[in-house]
Design a binder for this molecule. Structure first.
Ligand code: FMN
Length: 178
């Protein structure tokens, strides 16, 4: 089975860590395609990910450079979808069956394993709605790696830090071989 992975990047300050994750996955033989949410493009430019992934970066469900329906072609391509950093918003949308942008629509059209690596403020993470959504998704077979406890982007200490890069890559490999 080809090691094809679609990486969904969301609007979190932790997006700056994703290039290192891509490099590590590529070194282990993964073909990477990137989907960015609109919010993600506020944190880091698609150009960075185009250059690193050596592939077009997908940001818009309705843009057609070539004739393809992106959310379907991406869900056909991927053996695994990794959402990193996963926001409270994407977790909530997937848990509620909302498919209102390219990333959430691709996840909706995908029948393989989806891995979430959340990153957010501790109060967001501990919000009972987020916790309920995470529980629901875990019960449905979605995989979570992290978040970890430590210093957060806002200077506070708590749970909400993106999991260690090596840990995320290990979970991708383990999930692929399971
Ligand atoms: C500076 C800044 C940092 C943010 N960091 C996070 C974060 O780490 N985690 C999170 O869930 N939301 C964070 N947000 C809020 C999200 O960007 C917002 O909920 C957005 O709608 C998420 O959209 P998306 O899930 O489509 O990417 C942050 C917003 C700002 C302005």
């Amino acid at each position: 089975m080809e090691k094809n992975i679609a990486i969904g990047i969301c609007g979190s300050i932790a997006a700056y860590k994703v290039p290192s994750i891509i490099r590590t996955l590529q070194d282990s033989g993964w073909n990477v395609k990137i989907i960015m949410t609109k919010a993600a493009t506020k944190f880091i430019t698609p150009l960075t990910f185009e250059t690193i992934s050596k592939n077009q970066v997908y940001t818009d469900m309705f843009k057609k450079d070539v004739w393809e329906i992106s959310h379907i072609s991406l869900s056909d391509f991927a053996k695994i979808i990794l959402v990193v950093p996963a926001t409270a918003n994407i977790i909530g949308k997937v848990a509620c069956g909302i498919a209102d942008d390219l990333l959430s629509s691709t996840i909706m059209a995908f029948s393989g394993k989806v891995i979430f690596a959340p990153a957010m403020n501790v109060r967001m993470w501990e919000n009972p709605i987020v916790q309920e959504n995470v529980k629901k998704l875990k019960n449905l077979g979605y995989v979570f790696v992290g978040p970890e406890t430590g210093k957060l982007a806002d200077g506070r200490t708590g749970t909400g830090r993106l999991a260690d890069i090596k840990k995320i890559v290990d979970v991708v490999e383990k999930t692929f071989h399971s």
